[in-house]
Design a protein around this ligand. Structure first.
Ligand code: TXA
Ligand code: MG
Length: 445
């Protein structure tokens, strides 16, 4: 078994990619975001006559029995999952990712009931299961009564209905007697919960029968993976199994919200818009917590925000949308010993930033970047890898991490990125949030 090997040997383990065709799992319409009945949300049917169903079962078995995490697709990015209730399994995530252990993990659930069970742990009293009574506050009776009704804080009710399953993570109170492994929360009294809307992710949680703690499946500090190949690149030899469900539809991680604070706050921007959140009861005054982090707060509210993140090996030079594009001199000053730079364009920059006046060759590459060979002032060749992410924030979000990874794999010395206006909407804000973290330098003119 993979688990035994990793514990006893230093040698790298074999990492297998198991394909799961999208047609193997189906999410019924009553299980989707917006459905009124929250109890049916996230339920999937698995077509066991399809050969790929076996891949899901194998991965689920590993999640239940081994301490090696399994990588799987979600609609945002690939996650690295482990049984959230088992310490040894969760430790395996931190080990594989080489992630600092004070950065808490998101708990992925497949049903609302699964979240309720986390918020209202049962304990065994006199031979019967009873609710644990652990309220030291004055109104114990009423609190317990409420908990029997629904342990999910009422502030989240409209969000669960509207956005789950989907790219929204909600910060929940971690109860006394919690069945979550302590490594999930990294010492906080809260945990982040999300119901992904990838049918493959939901099927895996359903088959494993336990909530899955899962950070993005990249090596710590690297851009999040949006394909199985990205995961393999980062974690080859460190995990046994990657479920391959194709490219992620969203491309940036979930929006993280904290409804336990007053007013509620967005801790990380993602695909769910501020306007959509503000339409929900109790969320009319939601604040943007992640800007506060950058400006003033000494202790970041989302612990993940303080680390270097999303960084390729090459230096990322981010041009805010208000600044003029890099000149030929600036571009050529960053070619490095590799004599190679990357350019990631969005709205306005022209191909290869008009280095094309000295353009000698245009050759489409196997990836999405085009290669231009340019002569510098001393007559030496420089390779410019030019990548166009298009104009829509959604398209840019989908392709961003993949672009950074592709240019890195081609060993550029620096990546010049054309930023977008983050007031264009929340996906644009999410893109700029990730880019600012990955950038060595932000150019504002
Ligand atoms: O889209 C996603 O959310 C992906 C996929 C795999 O689901 N997951 C993901 O996980 O991005 P990760 O671990 O890379 O990011 C989790 C973020 C971090 O910024 C972390 O600090 C924050 O959520 N977080 C987790 N628990 C928290 C808590 N109790 N309080 C505040 N922030 C928390
Ligand atoms: Mg991450």
């Amino acid at each position: 078994m993979a688990g035994t090997r990793a514990e006893t040997a230093e040698e790298p383990m074999k990492t297998s990619i198991l394909k799961v065709d999208i047609s193997v799992v189906r999410l019924s319409s009553s299980s989707k975001a917006g459905a009124e009945d929250t109890n049916t949300k996230g339920h999937v049917t698995i077509d066991d006559s399809h050969a790929d169903a076996e891949h899901l079962r194998q991965a689920a078995l590993e999640l239940k029995t081994s301490d090696i995490p399994v990588a799987f697709p979600t609609e945002t990015v690939y996650g690295l999952g482990a049984d959230a209730t088992r310490s040894s399994a969760v430790q395996g995530i931190y080990r594989a990712k080489q992630r600092p252990s004070d950065n808490p993990l998101i708990v992925h659930v497949q049903s609302v009931q699964q979240l309720r069970d986390l918020l209202r742990p049962k304990r065994h009293i006199n031979g019967s299961d009873e609710l644990s009574s652990h309220d030291s506050n004055h109104d114990q009776h009423e609190t317990q009564h409420n908990r029997l009704e629904d342990p999910i804080p009422s502030i989240y009710t409209p969000l669960v209905r509207k956005f789950w399953p989907g790219p929204l993570t909600m910060i929940m109170p971690n109860p006394e007697g919690s069945i979550l492994a302590s490594e999930v929360t990294a010492g906080l009294s809260t945990f982040g919960a999300r119901m992904p809307n990838s049918p493959i992710a939901l099927a895996l949680i359903q088959l494993a029968g336990v909530p899955l703690a899962a950070p993005s499946a990249n090596a710590s500090t690297r851009p999040s993976p949006t394909t199985a190949a990205h995961v393999k690149h980062d974690l080859d030899g460190r995990i046994a199994t990657i479920i391959d469900g194709g490219s992620c539809r969203v491309g940036v991680e979930s929006t993280v919200v904290d409804g336990l604070s007053d007013p509620p706050a967005i801790l990380r921007p993602g695909g769910i818009s501020l306007e959509e959140l503000r339409e929900c009861e109790g969320w009319e005054n939601v604040t943007i917590g992640y800007r506060d982090v950058a400006q003033s707060e000494a202790r970041p509210r989302a612990p993940g925000m303080k680390y270097k993140h999303y960084s390729p090996k090459a230096a990322v030079l981010l041009y805010e949308w208000t600044s003029s594009r890099p000149t030929r001199e600036v571009l050529l000053s960053r070619v490095g010993p590799q004599r190679r730079i990357g350019i990631v364009r969005t709205l306005n920059w022209p191909a290869a930033c008009e280095l094309s006046s000295t353009l000698l060759d245009t050759a489409p590459q196997d990836g999405t970047a085009k290669s231009f060979i340019v002569e510098d002032d001393s007559g030496g060749d420089v390779e410019v890898l030019d990548l166009d992410l298009g104009q829509s924030p959604e398209g840019i979000a989908r392709g961003l991490f993949s672009a950074l990874r592709e240019l890195d794999a081609k060993h550029v010395n620096a990546i010049f990125v054309e930023g977008i206006d983050d007031r264009q909407g929340d996906v644009a804000a999410a893109v700029m949030n990730r880019l600012r973290k990955s950038a060595e330098q932000a150019i504002t003119d």
